[in-house]
Ligand binder design. Structure first.
Ligand code: FES
Length: 106
């Protein structure tokens, strides 16, 4: 395998992703949401840091993902909280695209 993809996991084809529509993927015990924005793909933890909710059940507004439960908002590019009630930032993951395949580093 390509050495530059060490620790990366193939998760989905780019063509499966729609702009600003969160796409949930599990890598082992890790629950992740992929979000494509303007042809750039980001990976964030899919579980809200406030209580238990899947952010992929929420929606994307500009570059923020909005939690479906209490409407906390996180910056998709950095994982940072931008709106209460969440206080803790989301973990983000490194993403690579090779031949239409999305890889996420865990
Ligand atoms: S669970 Fe996400 S804001 Fe409360």
């Amino acid at each position: 395998m390509d050495e530059s993809l060490q620790d990366y996991h193939a998760v989905v084809a780019v063509s499966e992703l729609e702009d600003r529509v969160p796409y949930p993927v599990d890598i082992g015990a890790e629950e992740i949401a992929l979000v494509m924005m303007d042809n750039e793909i980001y990976a964030i933890n899919n579980i809200c840091t406030h209580e238990y909710a899947c952010l992929s059940d929420g929606y994307v507004e500009d570059d923020r993902i909005v939690c479906p439960l209490h409407l906390a908002e996180f910056d998709i590019t950095t994982g940072e909280v931008v709106e209460d009630p969440a206080e803790e930032n989301l973990q983000t993951y490194s993403v690579k695209v090779v031949d239409d395949q999305v890889y996420v580093k865990i």
